[in-house]
Design a protein around this ligand. Structure first.
Ligand code: NHR
Ligand code: GAR
Length: 217
């Protein structure tokens, strides 16, 4: 089983989904930049080493990143999976893990990079929204997208109803993509994202009704 590191700042529902669906990978460690993050408690409950790394304890961002990198390696992790991780990582760290680090972002990228995505999609009157799983590069929320899960936006929706609908899809597709990474079926090349060695021209696209077994069959 391929060891992965999960970086999380929040409740850790994506971490939980990753743990519960693990097959060819295993969560070797959880690292958080927030003391008391739900993700740390969930990890401990599952017997996974969990570490809070206090950004305030480091003189600059680069030395914080170096400590994260040390922990990841100490646990033998081969992939870094950002799951609601809210701290921007510097270019040295990103280059070290290029092609081995992914993020789930709550929008249909390239729409709504950055924060507060659900409010922005609602304010724009979009009828479709969703989540994207992408390789992490220096360009914030700008790395090559592997897969997108779409959800409808409906009259009467608010940020909470949309967040719940998007997160239900995140919990389904993120473990699926991490499984493909662990199997080395999805890789990053200079040409872009490869699936089974062939370049995908556009992100894989699914919705709640899609049978994921058919996506990369
Ligand atoms: N790091 C790099 N280099 N590239 C990416 O694409 C990254 C990244 C680190 C995190 C997740 C991302 C998201 O899914 C992510 C992608 C935090 C911020 C942010 O502004 C932006 C994007 C993401 C995560 N963080 C502030 C900071 O100064 C802090 C904001 C806060 O604490 O509320 O680090 O959306
Ligand atoms: C997820 O919805 C994820 O897409 C989002 O935060 C949530 C984390 O939930 N990520 C970001 O906003 C990154 N900036 P979780 O802690 O329950 O997995």
């Amino acid at each position: 089983m391929v060891p992965i590191a999960v970086l999380a700042s929040g409740h850790g529902t994506n971490l939980q989904a990753l743990v519960d669906a693990a097959r060819d990978y295993r969560v070797a460690c959880v690292i958080s930049d927030r003391r008391g993050a739900g993700a740390l408690a969930r990890a401990e409950a599952d017997g996974i080493p969990a570490t809070f790394v206090d950004p305030a304890a480091f003189p600059d961002r680069a030395s914080f990143d170096t400590e994260i990198d040390r922990l990841i390696n100490a646990h033998g992790a081969r992939f870094v999976v950002l799951a609601g991780f809210m701290r921007i990582l510097g270019s040295a760290f990103v280059h070290t893990w290029q092609g081995k680090m992914v993020n789930v972002h709550p929008s249909l990228l390239p729409k709504y990079r950055g924060l507060d995505t659900h409010r922005r999609a609602l304010a724009a009157g979009d009828c479709e929204h969703g989540a994207s799983v992408h390789f992490v590069t220096d360009e914030l929320d700008g790395g090559p997208v592997i897969l997108q899960a779409t959800v409808p936006l409906r009259a009467g929706d608010d940020v909470a109803s949309v967040a719940a609908r998007v997160q239900a899809q995140e919990h389904r597709v993120y473990p699926f993509v991490v499984q493909l990474l662990a199997q080395q079926r999805v890789t990053l090349s200079p040409d872009g994202v490869l699936l089974d060695g062939r370049r995908i021209d556009a992100p894989l696209r699914v919705d709640a009704a899609t049978d994921l077994a058919c996506v990369a069959a």
